[in-house]
Design a protein around this ligand. Sequence first.
Ligand code: AMP
Length: 123
Amino acid sequence: MSDTIFTKIINREIPAEIIYEDELALAFSDINPQAPVHFLVIPKKPIATINDIAEEDRHVVGHLSYVAAKIAAEKGFAEEGFRTVMNCNEFGGQTVYHIHLHVLAGKPLGWPPYTDKLKSALE
Ligand code: AMP
C-alpha cells in the first residue's frame, strides 16, 4: 500500500497535534473537527481499510479502542460519553486509506447519521 498523509504524520514529515503515542498506535487531533473533541487513533502499521485487516492485525485494531478509552479517561470525558467511528470505503465516507478510529466527544451527538434531511440533500 502506498503512503498516505497519516504515514507522514507517523514519520513526523508533516505536523499534527499528537496527543498519544505507543509502539502500536498514534492519536492526533482531527484537522477538521466535527465535535468539540475530535481526534483520530491510527495504527502505526498502514492498513488501508477495515476490509484489509489481516488475522495477525486483530490485536492492533482492538488496541485502537483501548487507546480511545484510555485518552477519554485521561481527558475526563469517558463518563459523559463519546463516539468512535471507523469509516470504510466510498459509502462509508472514508477519505484517507489508512484505517483510523474517529473519537468524537464534548456534546450530545446525533443518531442515526443517515437522517431524512441528509437523504433529501443527497438526492
Ligand atoms: P475519513 O473521512 O473517515 O477517512 O476521515 C479522515 C479524517 O482525517 C477527516 O476527518 C479529516 O479531517 C482528517 N484529516 C485529514 N488530513 C489530516 C491531517 N493532516 N491532520 C489531521 N487530520 C486530518
